[in-house]
Design a protein around this ligand. Structure first.
Ligand SMILES: *[C@@H]1O[C@H](CO)[C@@H](O)[C@H](O)[C@H]1NC(C)=O
Ligand SMILES: *[C@@H]1O[C@H](CO)[C@@H](O)[C@H](O)[C@H]1NC(C)=O
Ligand SMILES: *[C@@H]1O[C@H](CO)[C@@H](O)[C@H](O)[C@H]1NC(C)=O
Length: 179
């Protein structure tokens, strides 16, 4: 199973595709402590030729080993835990709040929806304590959990410590707007 992010866009915008890179907030670890980072994928967007989405922007992110659908109730507290495996988590509804036991200055709110994709890499092998996830929304939070095939971390560069900012994830909007 291959995982793609697809954006349905107007074909005449596709010339801009190859220079755009997806940035995702990641939970990684440095020196045994979980950290939040903004990662830029090494693989740029390209133009799909697949029937039904031909001519629109997509980027291949990784292969996947499984796919699980989770429903977290409002005010659920996941506590401090490790990423069970290197995995994508796509929040498709609700609200998640990620904090770090070793850095109380850092935190990230992830809203379910278009910008709800993160990568969780703070497994027990690289982080002593892990991270904490709470779900402070008024509704349930729905997440797709997608471990990568063979536990591979997608190729990326770290843009900076801390979660990606709004301007670092909104670049995909250009595919949806007429020139
Ligand atoms: C890593 O953590 C150890 C133990 O807390 C500490 O002694 C060391 O200075 C840290 N190294 C860096 C590069 O932060
Ligand atoms: C997915 O798996 C195939 C078959 O092993 C491999 O050729 C391809 O490079 C993998 N893609 C990624 C993004 O890792
Ligand atoms: C990723 O970050 C770079 C650098 O800040 C930015 O130019 C680009 O538009 C971002 N990508 C998206 C999809 O927002």
């Amino acid at each position: 199973m291959a995982i793609f992010a697809s954006l349905f866009a107007l074909p005449w915008l596709s010339r801009e595709v190859a220079s755009l890179y997806l940035n995702v907030t990641a939970i990684s670890a440095r020196n045994g402590s979980s950290v939040l980072e903004c990662w830029q994928m090494t693989q740029p967007f390209d133009t799909s030729t697949e029937p039904g989405i031909s001519g629109t922007a997509q980027v291949t992110l990784s292969n996947a080993s499984s796919l699980a659908y989770s429903v977290l109730p409002p005010n659920f507290d996941g506590g401090v835990h490790h990423a069970p495996a290197n995995q994508w988590v796509a929040f498709i509804a609700g609200l998640a709040y990620i904090t770090l036991p070793d850095d109380d200055t850092a935190g990230a709110y992830i809203s379910g929806g278009q910008f709800g994709l993160i990568f969780a890499a703070d497994t027990e092998y690289i982080s002593v304590k892990g991270h904490r996830t709470q779900y402070p929304g008024l509704t349930e939070t729905v997440a797709l959990r997608i471990p990568t095939a063979d536990g591979k971390v997608p190729e990326h560069q770290v843009l900076h410590p801390g979660p990606c900012g709004a301007s670092e994830i909104a670049g995909v909007r250009q595919f949806g707007m007429p020139g």
